[in-house]
Ligand binder design. Structure first.
Ligand code: PLP
Length: 386
């Protein structure tokens, strides 16, 4: 069944191309500079972007790399994670958080999430720790920092490094501290749909300790130092100069984009409440100490109606997505390769209930209204059907 909005223009979940249009000329000019320089790797734009990011995050060093998947891998290599070691992380996250652990021969130890924030439940950390635990890896999912006070408290008491997966959380804060500055190492993604998206893949590591930074640089360059001398086995992972050039320009808009995302999120929440829809769907919660950057605005829809709402929105030309439908402990490739001390019930429930709605910066007030109106029509029609 379709509503009257069928004739209106589509509202995509994301608008990557549209978001880049206002800076098109600036970006092209900078790309031309890189092209003419021939310095496609380790060009000056890389160093400049790294130092701007280090300052923004509030750490001494930022190290560019090819993706956040690589950043996570490198971070764990720098924490000496190896075969049969254990790393504690949520199961409700993107695949890369856990695949990096398994790639090193280590064992992911999954813990459940807090239902309101979708982030790791710190109460399950202590009893998940063993003498093989080499790192705790909270994910700041959807753009909101995990409960870092409790996480750091357990980690510090037990002498375990924290690696922050801040892929979705650039510029997010916890008690005023920027994501990626609280643990030993922070990992960022510039995948095109992230709040700061490149034009291809890109990643970054944030780190305060200069020795760890040097080790990360070395590990990202084949473990080579000096040239053609290898004291350890690294990987080849670089943020290339074209990406750094694009990111350096786009970074100038990030604060503004985050404000727009916040305004969209607030408008959704206000309108859902105004229409009483907060009784039909779960509105995302923000915790007191977190400055959310809304990489996703994710609602919950219970009792098997989530997929029907997604289809309804799609019929009305509105994009939405399920991040993530299958928790990592249910992925066939991880079968028999992880440990979990707890049943992960909230993780499984989230996978059944979540739906992310369009929240990109260029979304207009009218478009948010249309999405809410469409949700309202869905619940009204399913109430009639029931
Ligand atoms: C939470 C999380 N971790 C890691 C990654 C991996 O990032 P990349 O695509 O840059 O490798 C992503 C990307 O989607 C992510 O959302």
């Amino acid at each position: 069944m379709k509503t009257a909005s069928q004739e209106l223009a589509p509202i995509p979940l994301l608008d990557v191309a549209g978001g880049n249009q206002p800076q098109r000329e600036e970006i092209l000019a900078e790309l031309a500079k890189v092209l003419d320089s021939g310095k496609f790797l380790y060009g000056p734009q890389v160093q400049q972007f790294e130092s701007t990011m280090a300052e923004r995050i509030g750490v001494k060093q930022a190290v560019g790399c090819a993706s956040c998947s690589d950043a996570l891998l490198l971070a764990m290599m720098a924490c000496d994670v190896g075969p049969l070691d254990e790393v504690i992380l949520p199961s409700f996250t993107f695949f890369a958080t856990a695949s990096a652990v398994v790639r090193l021969g280590a064992v992911p130890v999954f813990v459940d999430i807090i239902p309101g924030t979708f982030n790791i439940d710190p109460n399950q950390l202590e009893s998940s720790i063993t003498n093989r635990t080499r790192a705790i890896m909270p994910v700041h999912l959807f753009g909101q920092c995990a409960a870092m006070d409790e996480i750091l408290d357990v980690a510090d008491r037990r002498g375990i490094p924290v690696i922050e997966d801040a892929a979705q959380a650039i510029d997010a804060k916890w008690r005023g501290q920027v994501a990626g500055s609280m643990g030993r190492i922070g990992c960022f993604s510039f995948y095109p749909t992230k709040n700061l998206g490149g034009m291809g893949d890109g990643g970054l590591l944030s780190v305060d300790d200069e020795d760890v930074a040097s080790r990360l640089r070395k590990l990202a360059a084949h473990g080579m130092q000096p040239r053609y001398h290898h004291s350890e086995i690294g990987i080849n992972s670089r943020l290339d100069t074209f990406q750094a050039a694009v990111l350096g320009i786009k970074l100038r808009q990030l604060t503004h984009w985050v404000e727009q995302r916040r305004a969209n999120a607030q408008q959704y929440t206000d309108l859902f409440r105004e229409h009483g829809l907060d009784k039909s769907l779960g509105i995302p919660e923000t915790t007191e100490h977190a400055d959310h950057v809304w990489n996703q605005y994710t609602v919950r829809v219970s009792a098997g109606r989530r997929d029907a709402l997604k289809a309804w929105l799609s019929d009305n030309k509105i994009g939405s997505e399920v991040y993530y439908p299958v928790p990592l402990h249910r992925q066939p490739c991880f079968e028999g390769r992880f440990r979990a001390e707890f049943p992960l019930l909230e993780t499984e429930r989230a996978a059944r209930e979540v739906l992310s709605l369009p929240c990109f910066p260029e979304l207009t007030v009218d478009e948010v209204r249309r999405v809410v109106e469409c949700c309202r029509a869905f619940f009204a029609s399913s109430a009639v059907a029931a």
